[in-house]
Design a protein. Structure first.
Lengths: 369, 272
């Protein structure tokens, strides 16, 4: 049950494209996440695949068959909604059986499937309850059971975990993933939470500004972001994006403070350099001239997140070891000690500098100078 | 604390006063229905000749049971028709998309501004043309649907989360199935309310049946009561009062049952 999106587009009013040129291939049995900030059109895309919103341009194939204009029920898929969309007047069993009854399955077949689905999501004790008597997590499971009960192998999920509290969400992530593997479901999962996408998905599609920003595995997206949007969207704490200009032949000056050596000469232009907080090193105090001032300190237990400002006022996030003491107003000495991503002034990725040890000394020296 | 202590009795005092004002006439009416007409005529309200004789007489001598049956048939038919047609209309205004939908809805709303009295003459002309006078149909057909009912159910249907419709679409429910299996059960509290409302509305009709019915065979209760007064030459007030109480009882039952459902509905709540 693979799904093929061919240059899908959606316009509500003529010429006003909410989504443009969305192409992707989703393998059978894959967990495919669509991620983006709110309003990026990810739910619209999901509803276009489901058939709830008509497709304005392009072609949709499900299982190698054109499905662009098929009614939702003929697309052989199920959907799990953010609000769960349970029927408040039906018991858990009836909610799960709803679709099967609508499709006129024989009664014994319905019973068999419903029992199995309820069993899979561990809701046996709650079979006869109404949704209002269930907790958020249990309602979520009912919605899942309803999707599982039908034998279709494609399941669309629209932010199914975002109404749950943080701990339950983490637990459900694993459960959902295991269930998907166990049943061999093809899941298209919409979320605004990059952590959810990173931890669950086989492939991630990043949507922003009505377009695909990047499609790739979670590792690809984290390690080779295609542009500054993807770079700053994935990873906590966020990647620092620093304005940069060519300073010398093979050197960039970041935010008028930090120097970064590059392997080859760059044309003179404005650049943006992305550095994740964990790729920045805090030099011991007194090791050189300090270049950043602490603005806020967040203790996370295992580490400390520092928000600092570089000498020219550019904000910078840093990670420090939990054992160290920092106070607001402290001056720090920051050096690049890991990967740095160089983007052009439009935010498109150019190349990556393995800062690391090779350049660390150079940077270190230049910072000190 | 002090505030609530002084406020509570005050609140109850106001409530008791209001209750007396509202219930007073009814209690008085019920009391007089138990008294012989002679005592009522004398104004001897504290009489001790209490009996249900007036009721027995009303049932025996007048067509009150026939009036009750007529009203029951008319009200039940009207209620059923309004539930069906108002819910279908409201469904269209919420779940179907068509050109001029909102305009049409506002047009229907606008008809609520027209008092019924203003429609009486054209409606009368119409039903006479249709040869419907003096028949159940004349009291049901003009009230098959109501703008208020459509308005009320539209509001109720709009509360249904759009995800339920989407979920139903994915499962392949057509409009009729969604209407029957989701919309109606979801909005059943509003449906009960509309049922009670339309039943009472119909039960308490006076002007229209007065114009369109000429025989006891089809006359509903309210006009029947009026009829009793003119028929009985000696104006048997005790019996008329007893008939009035008989007529009010179904109203009270509907209100009581309706209130019970309404309370249940409030507790039921929707699940997010």
């Amino acid at each position: 049950m693979s799904i093929e999106l061919k240059a899908l587009g959606k316009e509500y009013t003529a010429g006003n494209w909410v989504l443009e040129d969305v192409s992707a291939h989703i393998e059978s049995g894959e967990f495919f996440a669509i991620v983006g900030p709110s309003g990026c059109g990810k739910s619209t895309l999901l509803r276009m695949i489901a058939g709830l919103i008509p497709i304005s341009a392009g072609e949709l194939q499900i299982d190698d068959q054109v499905a662009t204009n098929l009614p939702p029920k003929d697309r052989k898929l199920t959907m799990v909604f953010q609000s769960y969309a349970l029927f408040p007047f039906l018991s858990v069993t009836d909610n799960v059986a709803f679709g099967l009854k609508a499709r006129k399955f024989p009664a014994d077949e319905i019973k068999k499937r419903v029992d199995k689905a309820i069993d899979l999501v561990n809701l046996n004790e709650f079979k006869d309850r109404k949704p209002r008597d269930l907790s958020g997590g249990q309602r979520q499971r009912v919605a899942l059971a309803r999707a599982i009960a039908s034998d279709v192998k494609i399941c669309l999920m629209d932010e199914p975990l975002s109404n749950l509290d943080a701990q339950l969400r983490i637990k459900m992530r694993t459960e959902l993933r295991n269930l998907q593997r166990e049943l061999g479901l093809t899941v298209i999962y919409v979320t605004h939470d990059q952590v959810e996408a990173m931890t669950m998905a086989d492939h991630i599609m990043v949507l922003h500004n009505h377009e695909i920003q990047q499609i790739g595995t979670p590792l690809d997206i984290y390690n080779q972001p295609a542009n500054t949007f993807v770079a700053s969207f994935f990873g906590t704490p966020r990647m620092n994006l620093l304005p940069a200009r060519v300073e010398a032949d093979r050197e960039l000056l970041l935010a008028n403070t930090l120097k970064l050596s590059v392997p080859e000469p760059l044309p003179v232009a404005d650049y943006v350099v992305g550095i994740r907080p964990n790729a920045l090193r805090l030099l011991p105090q007194g090791a050189g001239e300090p270049n950043a001032q602490v603005k806020t300190v967040e203790y996370l237990g295992s580490e400390i997140i520092l928000e600092a400002e570089l000498a020219d006022g550019t904000p910078l996030e840093l990670v420090a070891a939990a054992k160290d003491q920092y106070n607001v107003g402290d001056w720090l000495n920051v050096a690049i000690a890991g990967q740095a991503y160089v983007f052009d002034h439009d935010g498109q990725a150019q190349f990556m500098v393995e800062g690391g040890t090779r350049h660390a000394t150079g940077n270190h020296a230049s910072v000190q100078a | 604390m002090i505030q609530t202590k002084t406020r509570k009795p005050l609140r109850y005092l106001v409530l008791i006063l209001l209750a007396i004002i509202i219930l007073g006439p009814f209690i008085l009416g019920f009391w007089t229905s138990l008294l012989p007409t002679a005592d009522i005529a004398k104004g001897a309200l504290w009489s001790t000749h209490i009996s249900f004789a007036n009721y027995a007489e009303a049932v025996k001598q007048t067509a009150i049971l026939r009036y009750l049956l007529n009203s029951f048939v008319i009200s039940t038919l009207t209620m059923a028709a309004q539930l069906l047609f108002c819910s279908l209309g409201a469904y269209a205004f919420v779940f179907l998309k068509f050109k001029g939908r909102d305009l049409l809805f506002y047009l229907i709303l606008a008809t609520m501004m027209l008092p019924f009295e203003a429609e009486v003459i054209p409606n009368f002309a119409t039903v006479r043309q249709l040869n419907l006078l003096n028949h159940y149909a004349v009291m049901v057909i003009p009230f098959l649907t109501s703008a208020f009912g459509i308005f009320m159910l539209r509001q109720a249907f709009r509360q249904i989360p759009p995800e339920l419709k989407e979920a139903a679409d994915v499962e392949g429910l057509n409009h009729w199935q969604f209407y029957w299996r989701v919309t109606l059960p979801y909005a059943r509290i509003s449906l009960f309310t509309l049922a009670a409302y339309s039943f009472l509305e119909s039960w308490n009709q006076y002007l229209w049946p007065m114009l369109t019915t000429f025989s006891d065979k089809f006359r509903p209760v309210q006009d029947g009561l009026r009829q009793l007064q003119s028929q009985e030459t000696f104006n048997n007030w005790g019996m008329i009062q007893a008939s009035a109480v008989i007529v009010v009882v179904p109203t009270l039952i509907v209100l009581f049952v309706g209130q019970h459902y309404f309370k249940n509905g409030l507790n039921e709540g929707a699940t997010k």
